[in-house]
Unconditional design. Structure first.
Length: 87
């Protein structure tokens, strides 16, 4: 995080992901991404953190017309997402 900030890139951290996160967790991650005009999403950690990052990257995209309840299942996301890095 520090090296990214030193490169002049603003970093916002959402660290409230828990195992098997509820929809509220995803909605909060999306809200933060939108309110900070996130240009990209970086997901760190295990399955739940990476899943929330994937969903946030899609739902926070400026052209997203879907909501969380519409994208459950395979190949349900229609459209672009923010750039996403998973670690």
């Amino acid at each position: 995080r520090q090296s990214i900030a030193e490169a002049g890139i603003q970093v916002n951290v959402f660290s409230d992901v828990v195992a098997d996160p509820h929809e509220d967790c995803v909605h909060e991650a999306v809200r933060i991404a939108k309110s900070t005009n996130a240009a990209a999403i970086v997901g760190f950690g295990g399955g739940s953190s990476l899943d929330v990052a994937k969903l946030a990257a899609f739902l926070a995209h400026k052209d997203c017309q879907q909501n969380l309840s519409e994208i459950y299942g395979l190949d349900m996301c229609k459209g672009e997402r923010l750039p996403l890095i998973q670690v």
